[in-house]
Design a protein around this ligand. Structure first.
Ligand code: CTP
Ligand code: MG
Length: 382
């Protein structure tokens, strides 16, 4: 666990054009189905960064909105160089004591990386992850190859952690037209003390076209798909409509329960909680608590989704089966999928709602009640 207690800000620079990688700007391209820049935003969110500033190019606003919509970030305008983009991010970050600066092109950071850097900061002005150079270094001369002594040389990565004031002061002295390739260089130049933390190959930067295949492999090794299932049943009584999967179906029945009795959302909430081993809906929202009387069940689902996010994960797909003779589900299925897609911030093709009957058998067959069953998949740090 981290020793840190105080808040910290994150600045993610994502305003580059990715000219060496080619194609559309790399930070908006998908990695395991999630835009590259989104990985860093989610990791900083899970680690507790606040605010999270993402620096973007003005002409990439639409891509940024698509990739990061709903992520609660502050956008700042990028500059012509990384240095200018960082300066813009610093202007947008407000008053916090600590800030981390990170390349959007390094998607595989984790809470462990972030904590190690904040812990290492101690009384220093900056801390950065760095890997010792392991290959022999060569310089090409007009005569031929010459060997460069690699002793004491390190490859600097991001995120880099700083005390915000010394960092701001250092940037104020730095000539904007002289690009620095990292932020520690700016603090070093101003006489600040920067400390090195063990880097990690997982923090690799996507720079060249061949890096996409490598980062896909690394991302696969760093993540785990977990599955959860949930089940819920409610009894019918006379009423004015049945809540299912966030939709009220007009009916002379209603489902009886403490909350709105939306068995679809309850089963789904349990499935998501199950996927992360976080107990069941009753643990989080005890039916004995009067607070939840008549409550809309979408808040239970959103709570489960927040728990997944807080663990550095996200829900990737859900499948709900409703078992009842009445009401007929089919006419409402697409509305339910759309509602769930909205609640889960997922494309509708990742959401399935199915319905079946028990052929007149058992309590659902007799119309006494309804059963909902759900499966959810979540993508989590391994
Ligand atoms: N960056 C930025 N503003 C710039 C240039 C770069 O915010 N004017 C960001 C990039 O989006 C990236 C990080 O700085 O997340 C590291 O830069 P780099 O890997 O060089 O990315 P690009 O500049 O986009 O790529 P290239 O140099 O190949 O064009
Ligand atoms: Mg660049």
């Amino acid at each position: 666990m981290s020793k840190r207690t105080g808040p910290f800000a994150a600045i993610i620079v994502a305003a580059g054009s990715g000219s060496r990688a080619g194609g559309s700007p790399k930070q908006w391209r998908p990695l395991h189905g999630r835009p590259i820049a989104r990985w860093s935003v989610d990791a900083f969110r899970a680690a507790g960064a606040d605010p999270i500033v993402v620096v973007i190019a003005a002409d990439q606003r639409a891509e940024a909105e698509t990739a990061l919509g709903g992520a609660g970030v502050i956008f700042a305008d990028g500059g012509a160089t990384r240095t200018e983009s960082v300066m813009s991010g610093l202007a947008a970050v407000g008053a916090v004591e600590l800030a981390m600066i990170h390349d959007a092109a390094r998607p595989l950071l984790t809470t462990a990386h972030i904590d190690a850097l904040l812990d290492a900061l101690g009384s220093a002005d900056g801390a950065l992850p760095a890997l010792p150079v392991s290959d022999t270094l060569k310089r090409e001369t007009h005569f031929g190859a010459a060997t460069v002594d690699r002793e004491g040389l390190w490859r600097a990565q991001t995120p880099q952690a700083f005390r915000l004031q010394p960092l701001r002061d250092a940037y104020a002295q730095w000539p904007a037209e002289a690009p620095a390739t990292d932020d520690a260089a700016v603090v070093e130049a101003a006489g600040g003390r920067v400390t090195l933390v063990a880097g990690d190959p997982m923090l690799m930067k996507v720079t060249h076209p061949e890096d996409f295949a490598m980062i896909e492999q690394l991302a696969g090794a760093s993540r785990l798909t977990r599955v959860g299932q949930g089940l819920d049943a409610h009894r019918f009584g006379p009423g004015d409509g049945v809540w299912l999967c966030g939709i009220k179906i007009p009916s002379s029945l209603e489902l009886i329960g403490h909350s709105d009795a939306d068995a679809g959302l309850h089963a789904l909430t349990d499935a998501i909680l199950g996927a992360i081993g976080a107990g069941d809906i009753g643990d989080h929202f005890p039916p004995t608590d009067p607070k939840w009387r008549g409550a809309a069940s979408d808040q239970f689902l959103l709570h489960a989704v927040d728990l997944v996010k807080a663990r550095g994960g996200h829900v990737t797909g859900v499948d709900v089966t409703l078992v009842c003779e009445q009401p007929k589900i089919k006419p409402h299925r697409e509305a339910m999928r759309a509602r769930l897609a909205d609640l889960l911030a997922l494309p509708v093709d990742r959401i399935s709602v199915k319905a079946t009957t028990m052929e007149g058998m058992g309590f659902t067959g007799r119309g006494e009640g309804l059963v909902a069953q759900a499966v959810a998949t979540v993508d989590m740090p391994a």
